[in-house]
Design a protein around this ligand. Structure first.
Ligand code: C5J
Length: 222
């Protein structure tokens, strides 16, 4: 059993029943010159999650933990893109349109794929999700259930959108989630703080919050 110092209290987990889930570390959100930056966001706020996430990823791989990557995006024909999502924001170039790194948030495009630093290893599942939550319209729940996974360590972007939505979905399905605060990122520093507080408040209403250092220390001692 691994014991991780966390808020609101210690997170105990068995590495073989726990998965590392890395949410949407895609070029279009994280890399300079992508969709996120084209919208006026400071991507360095997201990029700083890459190095600590890589350390957690390397440690999880060494311990043979299940590692799952997700990507937000849509089919080439956009048949899974709700009109509401397409129209939201009244953007000049939105989802499905040509963007700086290919068609924006479309599967198979360069910008849609995961950043080089966190590239999935052969055999690691990649879950393509059309929504913000990793469980909506995906087979993630069956993949976890079939492998006997009950706990998740969560990294990725953005903290208040896809990370938070996925953690809430997981919590309602009976998973314990540990979010590592230096491995998640938001374009809005105030949302980063609030989104993490929302998870760990009220006795851990949605889960636990720790950081990569404390996680790695706990895993090393297991
Ligand atoms: C957003 C995400 N922010 N992965 N996607 O649209 O958080």
């Amino acid at each position: 059993m691994a014991k991780v110092d966390a808020e609101p209290y210690e997170f105990d987990f068995e590495p073989k029943r726990c998965a590392l889930v890395i949410i949407d570390m895609q070029r279009d959100f994280v890399d300079p010159g992508g969709f996120g930056e084209a919208l006026g966001n400071d991507v360095s706020l997201l990029r700083k999650a890459i190095a600590p996430t890589k350390k957690v990823l390397d440690a999880a791989r060494k311990r043979n933990m299940l590692v799952i990557h997700t990507r937000e995006g849509h089919r080439q024909d956009l048949s899974d893109l709700p009109q509401s999502k397409k129209l939201r924001g009244k953007l000049k170039a939105g989802i499905g349109d040509p963007g700086p790194m290919g068609r924006i948030l479309v599967r198979g495009e360069y910008g849609h794929d995961i950043v080089d630093e966190l590239k999935p290893a052969p055999g690691e599942p990649v879950v393509d999700k059309p929504g913000k939550g990793a469980f909506y319209a995906t087979d993630l729940d069956s993949m976890l259930h079939n492998r006997g996974i009950r706990q998740l360590v969560v990294c990725g972007v953005t903290t208040e959108v896809c990370v938070n939505t996925s953690v809430r979905e997981a919590n309602d399905r009976g998973y314990d989630c540990l979010v590592l605060e230096d491995c998640v990122g938001s374009y809005f520093p105030e949302f980063q703080v609030a989104a993490l507080n929302m998870i760990k408040a009220q006795g851990g209403i949605f889960g636990w919050v720790s950081d990569s250092k404390r996680f790695l220390a706990g895993l090393a001692q297991a």
